[in-house]
Design a protein around this ligand. Structure first.
Ligand code: G
Ligand code: G
Ligand code: MN
Ligand code: NA
Length: 255
């Protein structure tokens, strides 16, 4: 409860930060995107990762205010990069909580923030978890269809850990599947994980969407993903999440 009060104040007082982790296209090694990840610069406890406050925020409904802050900050940053002729053009992925996905005001809020910052919609990608999609598939389908009409990208995060049936996959208008890092971790070490990751890549391509692998930590994993035809990768092997300037520096070095 104390944490909740502190977080409410922290959001209002500007204590949240975003870091960005590059997403690399395997075909040419270029940085095509960045995932925005929230941090909380707590006045006494230091820089806190989302694991320390997202669940509390989600349970209390404060995740709406947090999510609104993240969306605004991420779109503002993406728009700055889009306007800057020296900056590499990257799309920015934002994680949505389950509550945000089923919030009837989501589409209007996304539309308003894009207009406010004049960001071309295709430079924003919203990551939704498989679990959030399945919790209310009809509401999710409607929200995703409206987001697609706006021109915003949608990614299914933590793919493989939920229970999305193939029927749903075909029905949800999404642009990419993000293979959960628990499977990527075992690449080259576990035949089971090799098979799962290969199947996820093929499944993505079968429904006409990009396959993204997260949590890539080794050259061996990268090579396995190339062999499987995975499109895009993200993970510590390439870069940890870094601040906005460092992300651009990293991207420009690889243009
Ligand atoms: O940044 P880190 O790798 O510690 O993130 C841990 C978890 O927190 C991930 O599952 C990620 O999706 C989630 N997360 C990070 N930033 C946000 C955010 O802005 N909103 C929501 N809802 N979840 C986030
Ligand atoms: O659930 P989501 O995909 O949003 O989670 C992103 C989280 O994964 C962030 O907390 C990020 O810091 C973490 N992460 C990113 N790359 C790696 C990696 O290569 N290895 C591990 N273990 N975690 C990673
Ligand atoms: Mn994510
Ligand atoms: Na994930």
């Amino acid at each position: 409860l104390r944490l909740l009060g502190e977080l409410r104040r922290g959001i209002a007082e500007g204590q949240l930060r975003l870091v960005f982790q590059p997403q690399v296209r395997l075909s040419d090694g270029r940085v095509t995107g960045a995932e925005a990840l929230v941090r909380w610069q707590h006045p006494t406890r230091g820089l806190l990762p989302p694991a320390e406050f997202i669940d509390v925020a989600e349970q209390s409904g404060l995740v709406r205010a947090l999510g609104a802050w993240v969306l605004e900050a991420a779109v503002r940053q993406a728009a700055r990069w889009a306007r800057d002729p020296r900056a590499a053009t990257v799309d920015v992925s934002v994680n949505l909580s389950a509550r945000q996905l089923t919030d009837p005001g989501l589409v209007a809020a996304v539309s308003a923030v894009l207009a406010r910052h004049r960001l071309p919609p295709h430079l924003l990608v919203l990551e939704v978890t498989e679990t959030a999609l399945i919790a209310d598939p009809d509401a999710a389908t409607a929200a995703l269809a409206a987001l697609k009409d706006l021109g915003v990208g949608v990614s299914v995060d933590d793919f493989g850990t939920g229970y999305a049936s193939l029927t749903y996959l075909q029905r949800f208008p999404v642009g990419e599947l993000k293979i959960d890092r628990s499977f990527v971790m075992g690449l080259g070490q576990s035949d089971g994980d090799d098979g799962i990751v290969r199947a996820c890549v093929q499944l993505a391509h079968a429904v006409g969407v990009r396959a993204v692998a997260e949590g890539v930590e080794t050259e061996e994993q990268r090579r396995a993903l190339v062999a499987m035809g995975c499109d895009t990768v993200q993970g510590y092997f390439f870069s940890r999440p870094v601040d906005a300037d460092a992300l651009q520096e990293w991207a420009r070095e690889r243009r």
